[in-house]
Design a protein around this ligand. Sequence first.
Ligand code: GLN
Length: 483
Amino acid sequence: MTAQNSTAAAPRTIHNARHAIASGEIKAVALAESYYATIAAGDANIHAWLALSRERALQQAARIDQMVASGAPLPLLAGAPIGIKDVLTMQGAPATAGSKILEGYLPPYDATAVARLEAAGAVLLGKLNCDEFAMGSSNENSAYGPVHNPRALDRVPGGSSGGSAAAVAANMAVATLGTDTGGSIRQPASFCGVVGLLPTYGRVSRYGLIAFASSLDRVGPFTHTVEDAAILLGVLAGHDAMDATTSLEPVPDYAAALAQPVKGLRIGIPEEYFAEGLDAEVRAAIEKAADALRAAGCTLHKVSLPHTRYAIPTYYVLATAEASANLARFDGVRYGLRAADATSLSSMYRKTRDAGFGKEVKRRILLGTYVLSAGYYDAYYRKAQQVRTLLTRDFLHAYTQVDALLTPTAPTPAFKLGEKTDDPLSMYLADIYTVTANLAGICGISVPCGNSKEGLPIGAQILGKHFDEATVLRIARAVEQAQ
Ligand code: GLN
């Protein structure tokens, strides 16, 4: 059985799940069970799930059913079955971050994003596969095996949140959480044909997120529709005393903002994002999305982000530097794996880290340690910080001329499993359109905008100003409606 066969029904959204539960059409427990049945039937081919949290999910679903029975008002996400990327903690469920080094680790607390979903009525189905410590663009770096793209099983789902994107695409969850440090929500959303939202840095709490690069990491949703992304962002966003980088900026009603027409909005087309290396079918699909926005009353403008060509090297200096520091805590003392055959403390550290980390993670720890080391810090790390400021200014300047930007999410549709695994540089280059938003701290979204001739999904990326998710969502909705 292919994924498509097991998921032939129209996808259920947060909106209609709540409606079906409120009207008594389906019980929340039955809905949760139906998702577990879909997972049992389809996940052998896809491998999106690393752990299921059945008991917790069914308890929560029963709670929702009791609320319906007693006539209590239903929370916004009542009964919505949602999956969580395995870099976020859920009390009592294993958290591996896709790594052997965290095998057996049971976090004693919920991430804020996870707790907020559950407090809003969501039914948390379990934990989703991802690249090890969220380092990758294809999910092939997971220590627990790759995820297959539900739209074409011989293709990657994208990464690092590949399980999160695939689970939504295969109707194994109504929505999921992912994280995006350099594209890990938007690129897999584009490869799997779903919506993926990158909130502004500071909009959603990172408390309980197993850190990769703390100045770049964001938590955000994968959904079937732009409306569901707006609903989830409303639940997730806002200040959290447990994450000092969260903003006090008020949280607007994102779902209500979708009702405002896009007429009159100025959309920038950054010329650097349409240069060589862009697949012709992707280019054509983005041009069609631009036409749809023009037809909806937007005006389109050429803009320039002149430092774009420095984005990949800047990202791979800063992200690896931060990763080398963040990953120092995994040494066999407090969490997960500990090498059994160590003879001293330092051999325990060495053997644990050697056995526990995969190849890509080791490569990044080495790179990150190198760029931070005495004598190289000024040449690499400090220089990259300076270029980061230039990249941010590029966006701020563009946003004096336009309200948002339209670009491809990725230069190609989903590539084949194994196609880039021997060439880390070509894998890094696939992040070319996404890493800039993380470096600049701005928000963005990937929304499906067509398929290649082979039937592979293509995503359009809309990038917005800091804390202007509402405009990004409105534009994405206009692209969605034109499909
Ligand atoms: N593909 C990028 C990397 O490998 C981005 C990963 C991410 O956003 N977590 O670092």
